[in-house]
Design a protein around this ligand. Structure first.
Ligand code: SAM
Ligand code: F3S
Length: 446
């Protein structure tokens, strides 16, 4: 039996790319292994958004060198945001790597492997999803990339340099993919893009994310739709309206602010002011009163003073987001910000990061505590350490214990305990109509 070893870090886009790689490799007859030393194919799907991620990638890659020396026939591929357009310096640094693959380019990776191991001509869809191996059912909640790349120029960001200009997938292709996932048991999809609210601007006729939400909403058997991540400058009233009136679209919006200071926002080239961001959040909350909002923040951007940091801190205090992803600024090669002096000392960046984390722990704890004693609708995704795990429409993680088979079902759960990151509860009974479909006969393993 041929084996593959897949190591993946990074964003949801990478997570879904890795899933596609795995599905395609299974279709080529490979089985997964956790031991790289026994693999015929090794794929590292990488992230370099911050130096810490990049260090992990190169640490991992270096640790594979002896394996490749011992078994030169093993195919070693480096994929994802570590791979820039010009791969010559990577080739020099890592001559033992067989293939460098740009982010999301599953097709080139699979073509290379198929031609090297003699399975060339094996039918495989580029997306790896239209005919997935039936033994691996999709998750109940799936990611579906709808826009690749990004047309913004945020000065700190390497992702746009590695993933290229915005390229939206056509609504027809997205609908086909979602239908296929739903036929196989998926019940929720999250439409993905670095900048998902700009969806469609590069397509003929310029369909918008609001149009796409309406189209995907029509798919029978699909219960929930989410989308992320949204850029504040691209969010439109039509999208907010779609979240408000389309029942399947969850009340959950991820809208990174990055900083609460106008001068820093300008230097980040974020294309909005704090006042405009505040006004946007007010509009969202007015139209969707029970909405859960998540944001991203970078602390310690070049030149960020204590006062400017406090503007961010105060904004977070005022806005009371459900979730805040906070990162210490990390200079990235080739970005405009990397030419500015990285003058906030590491300990100070860490102090600011921790301060935001502590504030958010308190806020999230208070927001979640309001659900104590209430009954919430949970889409159950999987069993983890003896407990069922799922999410509310507002993306809150809920655990409960029960002997029944809840995978892929909607549970009404009475909340008995809450914390900042998750909650626990007791389920009601599962309606019979929620039984998952079995695989179509054509998909059964022959
Ligand atoms: N599209 C999103 C937006 O509108 O901001 C963000 C996508 S970005 C790839 C993901 C997150 O990584 C950003 O929101 C930012 O907080 C963080 N990030 C990106 N570059 C960074 C850097 N150089 N240092 C620290 N954090 C960074
Ligand atoms: Fe990066 Fe800004 Fe786009 S953070 S991915 S350039 S919206």
């Amino acid at each position: 039996m041929k084996r593959y070893y897949l190591w993946s870090i990074g964003c949801q886009m990478n997570e879904t790319d890795s899933w596609r790689v795995a599905e395609n490799l299974k279709r080529l007859g490979y089985a997964a292994t956790r031991r790289p030393e026994e693999a015929d194919v090794i794929v590292l799907n990488t992230c370099v958004v911050r130096q810490s991620a990049e260090d992990k990638v190169y640490g991992r890659l270096s640790s594979l060198r002896p394996i490749k020396q011992k078994r030169p026939g093993t195919i070693l591929a480096l994929m994802g945001c570590a791979v820039e357009e010009d791969i010559s310096s990577l080739q020099q640094r890592f001559p033992y790597v067989d293939l460098f693959v740009r982010p999301s380019d599953t097709e080139s990776l699979i073509d290379f492997i198929a031609s090297r191991d003699g399975t060339a001509g094996h039918p495989h869809p580029a997306s790896g999803i239209l005919h997935p191996v039936p033994c691996s059912l999709p998750p109940v909640s799936c990611y579906v990339p709808v826009v690749h790349g990004c047309d913004h120029l945020c000065t700190y960001c390497i992702v746009r340099l590695r993933r290229g200009r915005q390229r939206s997938r056509s609504p027809a292709e997205i609908v086909d993919e979602v239908r296929c996932l739903v036929e196989r048991g998926a019940r929720e999809v999250t439409l993905l893009g670095q900048n998902v609210d700009a969806y469609g601007r590069d397509l003929p006729g310029q369909p918008t994310l609001a149009d796409l939400l309406e189209t995907v909403h029509e798919i029978d058997g699909l219960w929930r739709i989410r989308f992320l991540t949204s850029h504040p400058a691209d969010m439109t009233d039509a999208i907010i309206e779609a979240v408000a009136y389309l029942p399947k679209v969850c009340e959950h919006i991820e809208i990174p602010v990055q900083s609460g200071d106008d001068e820093i926002l300008k230097r980040m080239l974020r294309r909005y002011t704090v006042a405009r961001y505040r006004e946007l959040v007010a509009r969202i909350r007015e139209r969707i009163p029970n909405v859960a909002l998540a944001t991203d923040v970078i602390v310690g951007f070049p030149g960020e003073t204590e006062k400017q940091f406090m503007n961010t801190y105060d904004l977070l205090h005022e806005m009371r987001f459900d979730v805040v992803h906070v990162a210490a600024y990390s200079p990235r090669p080739g970005t405009a910000a990397s030419r500015l002096p990285d003058d906030v000392p590491p300990q100070e960046k860490e102090r600011r990061r921790k301060a935001v984390e502590e504030l958010q722990t308190q806020i999230a704890g208070e927001i979640n505590a309001r659900l104590l004693g209430q009954t919430v609708e949970v889409l159950v995704e999987e069993r983890h350490k003896g407990k069922w795990q799922g999410r509310t429409r507002t993306n809150k993680l809920v655990f409960f214990e029960d002997e029944g088979d809840w995978r892929g079902k909607l549970a009404q759960v009475r909340i008995t305990w809450t914390g900042p990151w998750s909650m626990q509860g007791v389920p009601g009974r599962a309606p019979l109509s929620q039984v998952l479909p079995s695989l179509p006969d054509s998909d059964k393993i022959k």
